[in-house]
Design a protein around this ligand. Structure first.
Ligand SMILES: [Zn+2]
Length: 119
């Protein structure tokens, strides 16, 4: 992979990392809001929307989103690490280069398409 392509993916992943970090922070804040609502003795907020999700449902939904954002962060960090050590864009299973179009669509991909579809 040439230096220009590496720079392109470094920029792409750095941008995605910023977004994932912001996402994780937003989810964290939302979870904090659910805790506050649950702990509020006057917080019978469920009454306003009896058909709506209960706090427990909301909690598991937000926790799932938060974990998703954290997982994405760690995948992005791993991809940035591969960019630094020169293994970025090389399929971990067969060692073939992963096409740049695939990496542009999915910069955290660790396998080429044939290997990824042959799990
Ligand atoms: Zn492969």
């Amino acid at each position: 992979m040439d230096a220009a392509t590496r720079a392109e993916f470094t920029a792409l992943l750095t941008e995605r990392r910023r977004e994932a970090e912001r996402d994780a922070a937003i989810r964290q804040d939302a979870l904090g809001g659910v805790i506050a609502a649950r702990d509020d003795p006057a917080g019978g907020d469920d009454e306003h929307d009896p058909e709506g999700a209960t706090l427990a449902d909301e909690w598991s939904r937000l926790e799932g989103l938060r974990i998703g954002a954290l997982r994405e962060l760690s995948e992005i960090d791993a991809a940035l690490g591969r960019l630094r050590d020169g293994t970025f864009g090389i399929c971990v299973r067969c060692g073939a280069p992963i096409p740049a179009e695939r990496l542009r669509a999915r910069p955290t991909a660790t396998m080429c398409v044939p290997c990824a579809s042959r799990r």
